[in-house]
Design a protein. Structure first.
Length: 256
């Protein structure tokens, strides 16, 4: 198996950045077509190719999307008890002149994954062409409102899944964090007892359940142990396997 990676592919993957500052103007139609051609080359479940693409470059439409999305995103953050990093007049689309919305009709459980695979292809192609891109998840809710869908011509049965801005970066965008990955765990040390038998220790700490104590210092008992001292327990429940859970309808009361 050939594990080497061509330098150009590696550069495009490692060099992709989420760009949030763009030069004025929109990309031309030939560039948009090249990005969409890369997007539709993404794999899809059962070869469904459920996506549809909406390209928005009209400045008034972009401003309306931003103005609609900003308060909706702020409200969503408030409900989640999260701080809002945006100013009251912030541009959700970061001044980009092109917004590409990947939409789909939710006809299967895999539609969302299919659209995001297409989105990654599109952004990698943008990086290879010297363009910047950024996923605008904060605009997703606004893009699915009836007014915005009608303005963009998105059919009622379709859902906006992946909004992506694309354009010429206003400057260089450095990496904001170092790559993180899980280091391979080291094998456990093998010990031997006095007879030469290998002993392999358990991974992770061993836990032990201790009984709860009441305020008077006595051990708290479970409902099952209390029931054996005066409360009738159906035979079906007593004969249940340890750890088994029975539906209440399957336990019949014993005759009095």
């Amino acid at each position: 198996m050939n594990t080497s990676m061509p330098d150009t592919v590696r550069q495009d993957i490692m060099g992709r950045r989420s760009v949030r500052s763009y030069a004025p103007g929109a990309i031309d139609r030939a560039t948009v077509n090249a990005l969409l051609e890369a997007a539709v080359r993404a794999p899809t479940a059962m070869h469904a190719e459920p996506w549809a693409f909406v390209v928005v470059q009209d400045r008034e439409s972009l401003a309306r999307i931003s103005d609609t999305a900003r308060p909706m995103f702020a409200d969503a953050l408030h409900r989640a008890h999260m701080p809002n990093p945006l100013a009251d007049d912030a541009d959700i689309l970061h001044g980009a002149g092109t917004l590409i919305v990947i939409c789909a009709q939710p006809s299967s459980p895999f539609v969302g994954a299919d659209c995001w695979l297409a989105a990654e292809n599109l952004m990698l192609m943008a990086s290879a062409m010297g363009l910047g891109s950024c996923v605008i998840g904060s605009a997703q809710e606004a893009l699915n409102t009836p007014g915005i869908k009608a303005m963009l011509g998105i059919p009622e049965a379709y859902k906006a899944i992946a909004p992506i801005i694309v354009g010429v970066p206003a400057g260089e965008t450095p990496a904001t964090s170092k790559p993180r990955w899980m280091a391979p765990s080291s094998p456990p040390k093998i010990r031997e007892d006095e007879n030469g038998t290998r002993i392999q220790p358990r991974r992770g700490p061993r836990t032990q359940c201790t009984p709860r104590r009441t305020r008077r210092g006595r051990r708290a008992t479970s409902p099952s142990s209390r029931s054996s001292r005066g409360t009738r327990v159906p035979a079906a429940a007593r004969s249940a396997a340890p750890g088994a859970t029975r539906h209440p309808a399957s336990i019949r009361p014993s005759p009095r």
